[in-house]
Design a protein around this ligand. Structure first.
Ligand SMILES: Cc1cc2nc3c(=O)[nH]c(=O)nc-3n(C[C@H](O)[C@H](O)[C@H](O)COP(=O)(O)OP(=O)(O)OC[C@H]3O[C@@H](n4cnc5c(N)ncnc54)[C@H](O)[C@@H]3O)c2cc1C
Length: 454
């Protein structure tokens, strides 16, 4: 049997590809996912939290980001107007499947404008960012609804890993599965996500696809009392702040701000890193966000993922997982101990984090950048650089090497499309899902025009 389209990965990119193909009247769609089905998945940090129906998005905070400057590079493949339209159509699908309509934040206002100005005085660039906050619990509902709608109309195989994309004479032919069997398909859409970046890299090498190296973002998750940032988070929910460090002139930024949220461990294979999320209806007393330093390597080193893993492994080596340290201890040149964390005025939401010393983990460059960023943020929101602010490490964002694709997101191999975070094109839910739509629309268009093998 030959499928019309085989999709690898059931994250937002893969699911929205499948949905679009189905809605365009394409039969014979196979969706492969190496992880579990949505109702079998667990959010336990000891499991593969990034894999399964819904991908990395399943236990995410569910923020749909509308700013073209945040969440990926998809806007580079189309005009600004088409991009706005695409993001709005994608949001419409999230709404159709149960995303909360009312939870929109960050619309431009005189108050936001004043904040931008105050940030500038603190040497920070404030990027206004309109978002829909679904919340972790609603994310799951949306994913369950999508699964229920698709399950009888396309073929979905969970616990099924694609080993390799098959191609011959410059044309995609299908995929080989882990058990050695082969599924033939006229089109292949690769949507393996961040957890599949190594896999995507291997496929690119095997198939001779052109790629460019992406930066790696390394840093800490910061946690402090929610009140310190209320003024900002009430207005914009999440603030995107960028700082160019005094000592190194590095680009340092805040990422994934979670008012009333929780810090969580994230396991990817043998690596434990830290992340954060928040529920729409269950709030902690704290706000957390990441401070990330972007590092881009040139010559001769071309493996930023290995570099990021190496730093994160140091924290794992020293603590068995994630280290937590009070900012005051870091600045005083001493480790945090259980007793010091117990008398900290910020109560940690990630109980498994081991009190320790992050200066044993980070290169001087990263530590200096992070401290300078905290000082700048303190000028905008006093209290951020309190001795009782908690730092968890390591947070690291691996971005897949970017696959060279056309405007339809087709790779150098005909009929092989690459979408989402795994292709290095996107970094967030909305753009990942939107990239799936772009590829699927191209595939459906061609299948309608060339219904039989050429
Ligand atoms: C904790 C957390 C919070 C986040 N919060 C937000 C947020 O609030 N807002 C936001 O915009 N983004 C957020 N993100 C990022 C967002 O989840 C991703 O950008 C998005 O999920 C990318 O979608 P994707 O479909 O490209 O990849 P993924 O969601 O990673 O899905 C890829 C899927 O492919 C599967 N796969 C990989 N290789 C294979 C293979 N060989 N065979 C079969 N299956 C395979 C994987 O198991 C995975 O399920 C968060 C991420 C995390 C981890």
């Amino acid at each position: 049997m030959e499928y019309q389209a085989i999709i690898v990965g059931a994250g937002p990119a893969g699911i929205f590809s499948a949905l679009t193909l189905m809605e365009k009247g394409i039969d014979g769609i196979l969706l492969l996912e190496q992880g579990k089905g949505i109702r079998e998945r667990t959010s336990s940090p000891s499991r593969e939290i990034l894999c399964g129906w819904g991908g990395a998005g399943a236990y995410s905070d569910g923020k749909l980001t509308f700013s073209p400057d945040v969440g990926g590079y998809l806007g580079e493949y189309m005009s600004p107007a088409s991009f706005r339209d695409l993001l709005s159509r994608t949001d419409g699908i999230f709404l159709r499947y149960g995303a909360p309509r009312e939870r929109l934040f960050g619309d431009f206002s005189p108050e936001v404008e004043a904040l931008v100005e105050r940030a500038r005085r603190a040497e920070l660039e404030f990027i206004p960012n309109r978002i829909r906050h679904m919340g972790t619990e609603n994310c799951r509902t949306v994913l369950c609804n999508l699964y229920d709608d698709l399950k009888d109309r396309i073929e979905i195989r969970t616990d099924c890993r694609a080993e390799a994309v098959l191609a011959g004479e410059g044309l995609a032919r299908g995929v080989r599965l882990e058990d050695g069997s082969v599924e033939r398909g006229r089109f292949v859409i690769a949507a393996p996500g961040r957890s599949g970046s190594r896999w995507m890299k291997d496929q690119a090498e095997a198939l001779g696809l052109q790629t460019s190296v992406s930066p790696v973002d390394i840093g800490v998750r910061v946690e402090l009392p929610a009140a310190f940032l209320n003024e900002i988070t009430d207005l914009t929910y999440e603030s995107k702040l960028v700082y160019y460090s005094r000592t190194f002139d590095d680009r340092v930024r805040t990422f994934c701000m979670n008012p009333g949220g929780e810090v969580v461990n994230e396991r990817s294979g043998d690596l434990i890193t830290v992340n954060g999320h928040s529920f729409a209806n269950r709030k902690s007393e704290n706000t957390n966000f990441a401070i990330l330093v972007s590092s881009m390597f040139t010559e001769p080193f071309r493996d930023p993922i290995a570099y990021g893993r190496y730093i994160a492994q140091l924290a794992n080596l020293l603590s068995g997982g994630t280290i937590v340290q009070r900012l005051g201890d870091l600045l005083a040149g001493r480790r945090s101990t259980r007793a010091r964390i117990d008398r900290c005025l910020t109560t940690p939401t990630l109980k498994q984090a081991v009190p320790g010393d992050l200066s044993y983990v980070f290169p001087y460059r990263h530590l200096r950048d992070i401290i300078e960023m905290i000082e700048a943020m303190d000028r905008l929101a006093p209290g951020v650089s309190s001795r009782h602010t908690l730092l968890y490490g390591v947070e690291v964002k691996f971005y897949s090497n970017r696959i060279e694709v056309t405007e339809e997101l087709e790779t150098g191999v005909k009929n092989l499309f690459a979408v989402g975070d795994g292709a290095g094109l996107t970094r967030g839910l909305l753009q990942a899902a939107a990239s799936g739509i772009v590829a699927a629309e191209a595939v459906a268009g061609r299948l309608h025009h060339e219904p039989h093998d050429s």
